[in-house]
Every structure is written in C-alpha cells, then in structure tokens.
Design a protein around this ligand. Structure first.
Ligand code: ADP
Length: 610
C-alpha cells in the first residue's frame, strides 16, 4: 500500500492537473518570471556602474536605468497577477481535496473504518497535510525547485567571463594564477563544500522530523480525543460530577510532556548540526570577495563586473544549496503526502454487488440467515454462531436476550455493515452481497441505539436531506410522538437542534429518540428495524409508541430489539438470543408457557409490574 516518493510526485502533479487544469503551467510561467526578475538589477547594475566609472554621457546611463526599471516593473506586475491566480487555484484545489477525503471516508467498508489501523492512516493523512503543507504548497515547493535551477543557469552564464583569461596581466604569481581559467577551482571547491555540508544537515534534519512525526501519530490522536473532551459540553457534566478534571489533565499532561521532550530534543540536535554549515558559509563568502576583489585590483575585471560576479556567485551558492534543500524538502513532503494516497487507496474488502433489488409494490421480501457465524475482525470470539432464521414478510419480529447476546450484531449483518464470517444471508433467495449496496440499503429504515442526530434543522434531520416534503415530515413527526414538542417550537420543523447551529435548541434524549424514529419512518422503506427504540422514552411515550406501533410501521416488515418484554406481546414472532444463538422462537403465548430463557426474562420483569 505504501506510496513511494517518485510515484507520489507524479500522482500529485496528475491530480493537481485534473482538479485545476492549467495550474501547473501558470506556476511554471510565474517561476520563470520570478527567476529572471532577480537578475535584472544584477546585470543592469553592473553596466550602469561601469558607465559611471567611465564617465559616460548622462543620457546613456539614464536609458539603461529606465530599461532596468521597465523590465523590473513588467516582471513584478505579471508575477503579482499570476501569483494571485495561483493562490485562488490553490484554495480551490484544497477544497476539492477535502471533498475527496470526505467522499472516501463515506465509501470505506464500515468494518475497515472502525479499525485502529485505519484511524491511524486517517490521522497520518490529516497530520501529514497539516505538518508539511497540502497540495498547493507542495506545488510551490516544486516551483521553488525550478526557480533555483534557472537561477543556477543564469548565475553560471554570468560567471563564465570571470574565468576567461586577459591578454595583459600584471607581473607576479597571484595575478597570473587568477588570470588562468582553472583558478575557478577555489570557488568551486568552496561551493561544493558548503553544499555538501548543508544538504547533509538538511537531510538529517528531515529524517529526524519524519521519525518524530511517526512517533507522534498515536499520541496526537489520543491528545485530540482528550482535547475534544474539554470543549464537549455533553461530556462536561460527567467530567464535573465525577471530578474527572484531574484525570483528563493528567492524561493530557503526560502526552504534552512526551511531545515537548521530542520537539526540544529535535531543536537541540538541529541547532548543533548547523554550526559547521555557518562556519563554512562565512569562509566561502570571504573567499569569493577576496577572489573577485583581487581580480578587480589587478585590473583583470572592471568594478561593475566585480559587483556582478560577487552577486552572481552568491546567487549561485544560494541557489545550489536551495535546490538541494528544495529537493530534500520535496522528498520529505512527498513522504507526508504519500499518507494521503495511503488513505485514498484503502481497498474495500466487502463484495461490491451490482444486482438491483427488485422494486416490489407488494413489499414481498423474504430474508433468510443460512448457517451464519460471525466474529469481529479484531477478536477470535464468534458472537453469532451457526444462525438459521427466516424473517417472514409483513410480520413484526421482536429480538430479545441478555446484553452481549449478539442482537445488534444480527441487525448489523442484515444491514450489510459487516459480512458474515461464515454462511450467507439471502434476500428473496439471493446472497445479499450480490445486490448493489445503495439499492440494498434503501430497503431498510434503521434506528440504532446510538442514533445520531445532526446539528441541522428538524426537517433536515427527519428527511436526511435539504429538500423535503413538509407534509410528510410533519406526519412522521406526529407518528413518532414528537408532535406536542414541535407545536411549542416557534420555527416548527425549521428549528435547528443542538448548539452548533445558530439558535440551536437542546432536546432531551427521549425527544431525540422520537426524531430518530421519525427519520426512519420518513425513509419509508419496506423493512423497519428498531434497536431498543424506546430506551430513552418515559413510560407514557413508550406506551403510546407501542399502542400505535401498527399504525406507525403500517404493513411493513419490522424487526425490533427490545428489553421491555411487555412490548413483545403483540409481535408475530419473537427470537430469543443467547450467546450468539437463537435459543427459542415463537409468539408470546407459546414462549411464556415453555421453560427457558424467555420465561425467565418475562418473569424477571413481570414481578415489577405485579
Ligand atoms: P447485544 O446487542 O445483544 O447487546 P451486540 O451484538 O452489541 O450485543 O454484541 C455482541 C458481542 O460482540 C459483545 O460481546 C460485544 O462486546 C461484541 N462487539 C460488539 N461490537 C463489537 C465491535 N465493533 N468489535 C468487537 N466486538 C464487538
């Protein structure tokens, strides 16, 4: 799965081009302009200085000064305009990348998404982009590389005349040596030395940063969790009541100490490593001034040229070390960006079906679990064992049993959030894996125990979308028993819930559960599945829900998990789960007469109502 540097660079370029065609071309043009612009004052400055030394006419000097200014202005204006477009394009690319990440998250198999390794990959992709820039800053880095390359070419072109011998040379070893072309070895040697030391330093620093990044992935994720606790008002009550501040603080401090010691160590080491580079850089600067200065003193070059060569040499040094820096930085960044591709290339394992589910007006669907066994990926223990069961159409099925018996897992398997480890689940005789997933999912209206409502308007929550049928929304809200509460809301179904939204209203757990039921009803699917649908409701609301249950689910097939045994009485069939198996099934009257788990559970609750 790991992406390497080269493949990442070409993928980044291709993707950038796909997301914003022309962006890379603009970057290249802007880079060429920027590199050229830097050399305009160097070339013209040297010409003007020589003209001044030679007392040339004022008009000739003025013409060169104006040429320089005009070129500078043209470069600066076009560069400014291009950079503006590049910035806007960069922002568009970032948004599109965020969108791709969201879409990918929704497409990943549910069981892969909940794995810790996946969470780490997601965190790596996110942190990688934050730590070392995103796509557009990666492109800027590439443009920096091109700019330094051009700057090297320009500098060398300007420096060549420095090493061309002159006919008349003052007598003496030094002027004669300086007049020879091979005297450039002095400058070349200093250049190579400086670049070698600086690139070694940078490479080591990059490696140390990457190691630190890898080491911090998990602790950063943990820290993110603890930090979110601090601002989550829903958990705030537990933190206060159970005096958990010191526990949370201690855990955060431990992580902060760990992170801080890593960074302090890194900074210390990097500072130490940079000392030789600074010393060599100073020596190199002095040598170049001495070399060019002596040539000017011996009359081998003009004063204006001396200025040009000094500038060209220092540009060359800067550009050569910068190009190494840029190369190393691109390598480091491409490694960080490869985490994004690791995430984007996560492969789903579940079978991707293609068959459309039959759209039947008669809602004639038959479901069969055929010798189904299941264990979660991270455990060896089977939580569903050799389960065989048919769900009859148009019936109401209740699922009961102790905690951990496998009831919710049974529902999750039916909804295809997980695939059976062994056996198969059939819909109208066909393995459910062969159906197109979206099509299949549309058959179910599910309310899980951990139903999540979103901080949107009530109507958007119920309809799960921005466009909705208001009459249908109101009808479902009424059927789910939320009508009274809604009538007290000034903005009705347009009221926002929870405080993330403007004027968001807080609702109780029971009220939220009613809205979750309304959402399931709005979906109007042929199968209604409710996992403990009334756990947060008061007894009156609960009674109302069951009294109107027939009306609520109408003629649909319904399956619901309940701890309230009395609510099972009106069901056609009751499945009693224990340790991943169905140990009893039948209707209430049959089961209550049999010795077994159902009777035990029934009697245990009945005594409270006696
Ligand atoms: P029930 O709904 O009957 O209370 P569940 O189906 O939720 O039971 O859980 C059955 C067993 O599977 C439990 O032992 C539970 O701890 C385990 N389990 C549930 N979800 C997961 C998961 N995502 N990963 C690993 N084990 C799980």
């Amino acid at each position: 799965m790991k992406n390497n540097k080269k493949s990442t660079i070409s993928k980044v370029l291709k993707l950038t081009h796909r997301l914003q065609p022309g962006h890379i071309t603009l970057i290249v043009i802007s880079t060429i302009i920027s590199a050229t612009w830097k050399f305009v004052p160097v070339v013209f400055g040297s010409i003007i200085l020589d003209q001044l030394v030679q007392h040339q006419p004022f008009e000739a000097i003025l013409i060169n000064a104006l040429r320089m200014l005009a070129l500078q202005a043209a470069c600066s204006l076009s560069h400014w305009g291009l950079e503006h477009i590049i910035k806007v394009n960069g922002a568009v690319i970032s948004e599109k990348i965020d969108q791709m990440i969201c879409e990918k998250s929704f497409m990943i198999d549910y069981d892969i998404l909940e794995k810790r390794e996946t969470l780490d990959i997601v965190k790596k992709a996110e942190d990688g982009m934050n730590a070392r820039g995103d796509f557009s800053s990666f492109c800027s880095q590439l443009s920096g590389f091109i700019e330094h390359a051009l700057s090297i070419i320009y500098s060398i072109a300007l420096l060549i005349p420095l090493f061309i011998s002159r006919a008349s040379v003052p007598a003496g070893f030094l002027p004669e040596f300086l007049n020879k072309w091979y005297s450039f070895i002095i400058l070349a040697f200093m250049l190579i030395l400086s670049v070698t030391v600086s690139s070694f330093t940078k490479r080591k620093e990059g490696k140390m940063q990457a190691d630190l990044f890898q080491r911090n992935i998990r602790v950063n994720r943990e820290y993110g969790y603890f930090y979110s606790l601090v601002f989550d008002y829903a958990t705030g009550k537990y933190v206060r009541l159970y005096k958990m501040q010191s526990l949370v603080e201690a855990k955060m401090k431990k992580i902060l100490d760990f992170l801080e010691s890593g960074i302090t160590n890194l900074v210390k080491k990097v500072n130490k490593m940079q000392i030789p580079f600074f010393i060599i850089n100073c020596i190199m600067q002095m040598t170049s001034y001495l070399y060019v200065g002596l040539k000017a003193i011996f009359g081998l070059i003009s004063i204006g040229s001396a200025l040009k060569y000094i500038k060209a040499y220092s540009n060359l040094v800067d550009s050569v070390s910068s190009i190494f820096y840029a190369y190393i930085e691109i390598s480091i960044r491409s490694e960080y960006l490869s985490f994004f591709y690791d995430f984007m290339e996560i492969k789903n394992k579940q079978y991707e079906g293609t068959i459309p589910t039959e759209k039947r007006d008669d809602n004639e669907f038959e479901i069969e679990f055929r010798d189904v066994s299941f264990r979660y990926a991270n455990t060896d223990k089977y939580v569903i064992k050799h389960l065989n069961q048919k769900i009859r159409i148009g019936t109401k099925t209740a699922v009961v049993g102790p905690n951990g018996a496998g009831k919710t897992t049974f529902i999750k398997l039916l909804c295809r959030l997980y695939e059976p480890t062994e056996g198969e689940i059939l819909l109208n005789g066909v393995d459910i894996r062969y159906y197109d997933y979206k099509d299949y999912a549309s058959l179910f209206s599910v309310v899980f125990q951990d139903f999540n409502l979103f901080s949107f308007s009530i109507a958007e929550n119920v309809a799960s979308g921005t466009s909705y049928d208001e009459v249908k929304v109101l009808d479902c809200i009424e059927r789910a028993g939320f009508g009274d509460r809604l009538s007290k809301m000034e903005k009705g179904i347009h009221t926002n819930i929870y405080q993330q939204e403007d004027e968001g209203v807080e609702i109780s757990g029971g009220e939220a559960q009613k809205l979750a039921i309304a959402r399931a009803l709005y979906k109007d699917s042929p199968l209604v599945i409710l996992d403990e649908p009334t756990s947060a409701l008061d007894p009156v609301s609960e009674y109302e829900i069951y009294r109107h249950f027939d009306e609520m689910v109408q003629n649909k097939t319904s399956i619901y998990i309940s701890h309230r045994m009395s609510s099972c009485r009106f069901c056609d069939n009751i499945l009693v789960f224990d340790e991943g198996q169905i140990v009893q099934s039948g209707n209430h009257d049959e089961l209550v007469k049999q010795e077994g788990l159902y009777k035990e559970l029934w009697n245990a609750q009945a005594q409270y109502y006696a």
